[in-house]
Design a protein around this ligand. Structure first.
Ligand SMILES: NC(=O)c1ccc[n+]([C@@H]2O[C@H](COP(=O)([O-])OP(=O)(O)OC[C@H]3O[C@@H](n4cnc5c(N)ncnc54)[C@H](OP(=O)(O)O)[C@@H]3O)[C@@H](O)[C@H]2O)c1
Length: 219
């Protein structure tokens, strides 16, 4: 079956790991991998010399351009960031509806529902400030989209060479304070490999046994 995957913000720190790990599957599990970036030079270091890999330069806020890029895609993975994240999400959702693409994986952040109890919840809110509002705005847009979405709400990123995570679901208290980028990428890759998993879910993701008042490197 044809599987065309579009990554938005492909130069982002998580997306780069996902791209690196997916490259070997292009031509096998993945038919075509399209990498949307604003600055193609930020993909330097990735070996993209594969006929099934395409780099497109675009801004997701340009909905009409985005809809043309979406045409024929099977799955969209949004790895975006910015104070205007809510607007970015609205443009992505609109373009997906225009292009009749249904499956969306979206990276959000822990704390968007006020789901983190205790001192870490307060610390996270103070540290993220208005950024948390931007993540929450985008989360609401995705949840209202009527698309087949999966929202991922990670704890604070670290770069340990490990895949070690547990998930919490919407309505549950968030656990833990940190997560390796490799772990977030692993979950994204699993969903790209098996897109029927976690449809309509919003999952928190963190490293087990990392509860505390802040990520350990801030304590
Ligand atoms: N750091 C943490 O501890 C942490 C924890 C939880 C969640 N998160 C969030 O998880 C998400 C993924 O993380 P990450 O580290 O991979 O993100 P990242 O490195 O900040 O990458 C974000 C990407 O979005 C792109 N982008 C922003 N606005 C765009 C637009 N209008 N059109 C097209 N592309 C646009 C950026 O492109 P440019 O390079 O052109 O700007 C960049 O490639 C982010 O939202 C991040 O904030 C982070």
């Amino acid at each position: 079956m044809t599987k065309n995957v579009l990554i938005l913000g492909a130069s982002g720190s998580i997306a780069r790991i996902v791209v690196q790990n997916l490259l070997a599957q292009v031509g096998a599990d993945i038919t075509k991998l399209t990498l949307l970036v604003r600055h193609p030079q930020k993909l330097a270091g990735l070996d993209l010399a594969n006929r099934g890999v395409q780099v497109v330069q675009a801004d997701v806020l340009n909905t009409d351009h985005l809809a043309t890029i979406m045409a024929g895609q099977s799955l969209v993975y949004g790895n975006l960031y910015g104070a205007d994240l809510g607007q970015q999400a609205a443009s992505v959702v609109k373009a997906m509806h225009q292009a009749q693409v249904r499956r969306l994986i979206w990276i959000s952040a822990n704390g968007v529902y006020g789901e983190i109890p205790g001192a870490y919840g307060r610390w996270n809110q103070a540290m993220l400030g208005s950024t948390l509002t931007a993540y929450a705005d985008a989360t609401k847009v995705v949840e209202a989209s009527q698309l087949d979405y999966t929202l991922i709400r990670p704890a604070w990123f670290q770069d340990e060479p490990e895949v070690d995570y547990e998930m919490t679901f919407k309505g549950e208290a968030f656990k833990g304070t940190e997560i390796s980028r490799q772990s977030v990428a692993d979950l994204v890759e699993k969903l790209i490999h098996d897109p029927e998993q976690l449809i309509g879910e919003s999952v928190g993701i963190s490293k087990p046994n990392t509860a505390g008042p802040a990520p350990r490197w801030y304590s």
